[in-house]
Design a protein around this ligand. Structure first.
Ligand code: DAK
Length: 674
């Protein structure tokens, strides 16, 4: 067994370095790839580090068993697929090697020279550096095209953020493979241009410097500044605490001194930090649960200075064009768990953000005021922070819905951005077909955003929303060009309905739970065409069962009933691209959803056990299916919109939505059948 993806097979992964992060990286590979029988080898020259790393990894696996994350046999299987060794020759046969040794350029170069002699010329080589550019690290490799940097974040086995940094020599297909591969194994990869420190570390390290400057300027002591920083930047812990927890002072000191050379002269090692490094001392920070008093005038000054520094650092990054606003927001909010910078600036007003940056620049002239920030403020518009990414890839318009923290749930913003992407696809004659996918490996789309819908109070609000949503989703159906849904994970509710607006759907093979219409759990009926398209696609019996019971179905069942066109081994996006081209060229045809009234539409549905679900909502769902089938699809959709609005006249609608918002997806709503 092996993990095969986009034509590349991974049997063995090598991790070099059994220090702070290597074992965590290895554990992530083990969790994701053990089911495919992939072996993970951790190599280090120090026996003690190997023992420590192994102990740490095994302890985390055992904890996973205690918490119920893994069954004991799986944990044993994982342990049997990892080796800790000082013998570099065990890297032979590795298909992917991640180096996670010390941040030391000559050492990294030495390691890769050695590794290149052991592995095949096609083995992908990555360095988990936090700062160094790939061009420097891989300068001495014979085969540079297969090399790039990958920057993980603490804790690497759980933090999904990862910066992917291709260098100028990295082959485009290797960069693309690495992005897709990490997404497939559960990370949120973000591509960042090659520049010292990449995107995240100038923020992490720069904010420590900004905090030290506040202390030096007498605005507060380290406890006070740490407290205000965490409050005004939305950080779980302040920069000083974060540095204590990660032992990060020496790396930050080194990073800041290099940034002085490579980024701008504001970055520097402040004396206070130098002393902490020399004396190996921790910052004085608030204890757990300790309340630190900060006078309001001081708090305001500290907050404005830190926000000015934050906005200056991130907008300067836009000038260097190494990352986009949307990518940066995702990366920062996940990697550092702090307020995403561009959404944050939008909430304050970009003009206000510019004022803060200018004030910071006045005090610290070495930090420039970003040209892009000035232009954005002058435009009077907020930053674009997109949840729907659009890319023209040759003749294909590629749409990715990216809200991973909400499992790509569809809200008004997503619909607006989907519409904009459809505008481009429709109007560009070079685009022959579209591919739509969800970001991550968990969900295509987990439905309409329930939290947004729970805010409706009137049936007319819901009906109006329904029309907007139906318009945006039917755009895909009416593009005049084939659209293929690359269903990369769960498609629930509005997700299943969005996929049905596409010409064809492909999904991963062997998913126990792929598709469902769980709206009745929430005191709702489907509102984006589910009551109309699903019976037309899979027949009344299966559609009624799915819609009335909310029971999800597997990928095999979805294939059997015609909800998806193919189960795919490997990358669904890649297959969706192929299928989109086949459909556009006429090489392949698929069954399309009937747009007219169904000639064999039944007058009633068989009795079915709807469990705890609301009889009142069930009545509306049945009416939508039966009456809609006798109409054209267009009229059926209008009927569905009306009946969707009628859900808001029931008590069960309030009960269902409230239960989800207050108790989460798994709670059973106590419906009263009214
Ligand atoms: N909306 C908003 N947030 C959602 C969501 C959704 N549909 N689904 C998941 N999330 C959020 C969760 O709340 C959670 O957020 P935090 O608590 O972390 O803040 C996060 O995503 C991760 O979810 P879980 O922790 O639940 O993850 P699990 O892996 O444990 O479970 C799950 C994954 C997909 C099985 C579970 O999340 C689930 O059952 N979610 C609800 C799925 C669902 O009921 N979908 C149908 C929604 S109703 C309309 C058009 C269309 C529609 C309505 C109107 N008009 C035209 C008006 C469609 C309606 C629907 O789709």
């Amino acid at each position: 067994m092996a993990f095969s993806f986009r034509g590349y097979t991974i049997n063995k992964v090598g991790v070099i370095g059994s220090g702070q992060i290597g074992p965590d990286i290895a554990l992530h590979f083990l969790k994701a790839l053990y089911p495919y029988g992939v072996q993970v080898v951790v190599v280090d020259v120090a026996e003690e580090a190997l023992q420590k790393g192994k102990g740490k990894l095994f302890k985390k696996v055992d904890k996973g068993v205690e918490s119920g994350a893994f069954k004991p046999d799986r944990a044993e299987g994982m342990k049997s697929h990892i080796t800790f060794t000082s013998d570099y020759s065990q890297l032979k046969g590795a298909d992917l090697v991640v180096e996670a040794a010390t941040e030391d350029l000559p050492l990294k170069r030495r390691i890769f020279r050695q590794v290149e002699e052991l592995v095949a010329p096609t083995t992908i080589l990555t360095s988990n550096s936090s700062h160094l550019e790939p061009e420097k690290i891989f300068a001495e490799l014979l085969h540079k095209g297969r090399s790039l940097c990958t920057h993980y974040f603490f804790p690497a086995e759980r933090n999904p953020a990862i910066e992917i940094i291709p260098g100028k020599d990295t082959a485009a297909d290797v960069a693309e493979f690495t992005m897709r591969f990490y997404e497939a194994i559960g990370k949120f990869p973000v591509k960042v241009g090659s520049r010292y420190g990449y995107a995240v570390d100038p923020v992490f390290e720069g904010l420590l410097l900004a905090c030290v400057q506040c202390v030096d300027a007498g605005l507060g002591d380290s406890k006070q500044v740490d407290t205000v920083a965490s409050k005004c930047l939305g950080l779980r812990v302040g920069p000083f605490t974060a540095h204590n927890l990660t032992g990060g002072n020496p790396i930050t000191a080194h990073g800041l001194s290099e940034m002085n050379e490579w980024l701008n002269k504001w970055f520097r090692v402040p004396e206070r930090l130098r002393q902490m490094v020399d004396t190996k001392t921790d910052w004085e920070v608030p204890g757990r649960g300790e309340t630190v008093e900060v006078p309001p005038d001081k708090e305001k000054l500290i907050a404005e200075e830190l926000q000015g520094a934050y906005f200056a650092i991130v907008s300067d990054m836009l000038d260097s064009k190494i990352i986009t606003t949307s990518d940066f927001d995702l990366l920062i909010s996940v990697a550092l768990d702090m307020k995403p910078p561009f959404t944050f600036m939008n909430s304050l007003g970009v003009g206000k953000a510019l004022e803060l940056v200018e004030a910071f620049h006045k005090k610290y002239p070495d930090m420039p005021v970003s040209r892009t920030l000035k232009e954005q403020a002058a435009s009077g518009k907020p930053w674009d922070v997109l949840d729907v990414l659009f890319e023209k890839r040759g003749d294909i318009g590629f749409i990715t819905i990216r809200r991973p923290k909400a499992l790509n749930a569809l809200n008004s913003k997503v619909f607006k951005e989907l519409n904009a992407a459809c505008d481009i696809i429709e109007s560009d004659p070079e685009i022959k077909a579209a591919v739509v996918t969800g970001f991550g490996n968990k969900a295509f789309v987990a439905g309409a955003d329930i939290k947004e819908m729970a805010g409706f109070t009137e049936p007319t609000q819901a009906e109006k929303f329904c029309h907007v949503v139906q318009h945006a989703s039917t755009r895909l159906e009416k593009l005049g060009k084939p659209a293929v849904a690359a269903v990369n994970g769960l498609m629930f509710g509005g997700g299943c309905e969005l996929a049905m607006c596409c010409t064809a759907r492909v999904a991963p093979k062997g998913m126990k739970m792929l598709a469902g219409q769980p709206e009745v759990n929430l005191g709702l009926i489907p509102g984006m065409g589910g009551t109309q398209r699903l019976p037309r696609l899979v027949g009344f019996e299966k559609a009624a069962e799915m819609i009335r019971t909310a029971n999800p179905i597997s990928s095999a069942a979805a294939l059997q009933h015609g909800l998806i066109n193919e189960e795919v081994d490997g990358d669904v996006v890649q297959r969706a691209f192929e299928l989109a081209r086949e459909l556009a060229s006429g090489k392949t045809t698929v069954k399309l959803i009937e747009k007219g009234p169904l000639p064999d539409a039944p007058d009633s549905l068989p009795d079915i056990d709807i469990g705890h679900h609301s009889r009142a909502i069930d009545k509306l769902a049945v009416q939508a299916m039966l009456e809609g089938a006798k109409m054209t699809l267009e009229k059926g959709l209008l009927l569905e919109a009306y009946l969707f609005g009628q859900c808001w006249t029931t008590e069960d609608n309030r009960i269902g939505l409230k239960t989800f918002v207050e108790q989460g997806a798994r709670a059973k709503a106590p419906f009263v059948n009214r």
